[in-house]
Design a protein around this ligand. Sequence first.
Ligand SMILES: [Zn+2]
Length: 87
Amino acid sequence: MVKRQPLRMCVCCRERDEQRNLMRFVVSNGEVVPDPTGRAPGRGAYVCSKPECLQAVLKKKRLSQALKAGQGEAVEKAIVALQRVKE
Ligand SMILES: [Zn+2]
């Protein structure tokens, strides 16, 4: 039997995918920060690697809306890094 992976939902396109295909972000000290390990405590939100979703995070601050916290430089750096990987 194939072991089922937990599914996570992208805050931008609302599609579900396996956790390893999405990037997790959490709130730390009132600011959204990337969680590359996927294990940080606290409320998390996920973003998939589709270019339009990465753009929505940068331009429309979708993580900030989803987590009700400030979206600072750490998020932008993480998203830009993800975009580079995709290119
Ligand atoms: Zn998405």
